[in-house]
Design a protein around this ligand. Structure first.
Ligand code: ADP
Ligand code: TRP
Length: 334
């Protein structure tokens, strides 16, 4: 008898080419988990979640490919993990409706993305508190709950901003179970801690919204230029420097070996010029990223390969989804 594997599941919204912060904070840890033998892992592109705000077809298509190609390029093994597009698994949307009928509206009123919109409208003095809110945005956490509960996920790795959504999913599953018996697995979340926040070029959190990112797969010479833009102080080259108070060092340690990190720290304490430090950072980043970059470019040049992989993932996912739904339909009296 083999051991009973736990189900790991996570969704990624297609938002275009991921940056170094996404890689270190979300993609790399999720891939490391997905690799573990103790898990059956499900990884999907949450394209319908993006439809809440992306209303340009070409943009949605392109961003979906960029995200899928990124995960594949960084080592996602589509044989090991079930890798699919949310939109290729229509069972999600049937479960979404079932869950809607067990979700108090007030639960969704409290969801943070919706509340932020209400607050924006109030601050802008608009008479309609729901101005700019579509039902997709309002029910976003429901669709996410369907993604998770459909595959009986045990554990869901997410960033801190998604914790509330996980709590909503747990709430809904419990409400359903209270009525029909324990048919929905109540998922646990694995949170990526804020302390692991990767700084951007200006020292604030690396984020698309701050325009301070290093996109993962820019050409090597562009990567070098971006690294050279990292903000530093005006201390002279020979001045001893504290590695723990340096953006460059923080990034370097994520890409270098333990020995390299030690010797880089020494160099800091002896005095290093910022130019030299940046060059060293660029070298270790480029070393790590050059192979995935080539693979990424290859996939983006032939997106049919990506479609193929995603579709075969959906073919593996759907029978599982169908059998879960069958069970649920019976339980609710259909
Ligand atoms: P952005 O802030 O650029 O819009 P997202 O919100 O799309 O990034 O983040 C996607 C995932 O990447 C989330 O799991 C988030 O926690 C992680 N992430 C984003 N930026 C960083 C960062 N600077 N450091 C660590 N993790 C990050
Ligand atoms: N809402 C998540 C995000 O914005 C993406 C997502 C959709 C997700 N469905 C999910 C994450 C299910 C985990 C599980 O990042």
């Amino acid at each position: 008898m083999g051991m009973i594997k736990k189900t790991l599941l996570t969704g990624v919204k297609p938002t275009g080419m991921p940056h170094v912060g996404n890689f270190l904070g979300a993609i790399r840890p999720a891939l490391a988990l997905a690799e573990q033998e103790s898990y059956n892992s499900f990884l999907f592109i949450a394209d319908y979640h993006s439809l809440t705000h992306v209303h340009k077809a070409e943009e949605l298509r392109q961003m979906t490919y960029e995200v899928a190609a990124t995960w594949l390029a960084l080592g996602l093994d589509p044989e090991k993990s079930v890798f699919y597009r949310q939109s290729d698994v229509p069972e999600v949307f049937e479960l979404n409706w079932i869950l809607a009928c067990f979700s108090p509206k007030g639960l969704l009123n409290r969801a943070h993305a919706y509340k932020a919109k209400l607050q924006d409208n109030q601050e802008a003095g608009r008479s309609d508190p729901d101005y700019g809110v579509n039902m997709g945005l309002f029910t976003y956490p429901l669709l996410m709950a369907a993604d998770i509960l459909l595959f009986s996920a045990d554990q869901v790795p997410v960033g801190e901003d998604q914790v509330q959504h996980l709590e909503i999913a747990r709430d809904i599953a419990q409400k359903f179970n209270n009525n029909y018996g324990p048919l929905l697995k109540v998922p646990e979340f694995l949170v990526q801690k804020e302390s692991k926040l990767v700084p951007g070029l200006d020292g604030r959190k690396m984020s698309k919204s701050y325009g301070n990112t290093i996109p993962l797969f820019v050409p090597s010479n562009r990567l070098r230029k971006l690294v050279m833009k990292i903000k530093t102080d005006s201390s002279p080259p020979e001045a001893p420097k504290d590695p723990n108070d340096s953006l460059i060092f923080t990034l370097y340690r994520e890409f270098a070996s333990a020995e390299e990190v030690d010797s880089f720290a020494d160099h800091y304490r002896r005095g290093i010029s910022w130019g030299e430090a940046k060059e060293a950072l660029y070298q270790v980043m480029d070393r790590t990223l050059s192979e995935p970059r080539a693979r990424y470019e290859e996939l983006m040049a032939d997106t049919r390969q990506v479609d193929q992989l995603l579709l075969s993932g959906a073919e593996r996912a759907r029978p599982l989804a169908q059998s879960k739904l069958k069970e649920l339909r019976k339980a609710i009296g259909l």
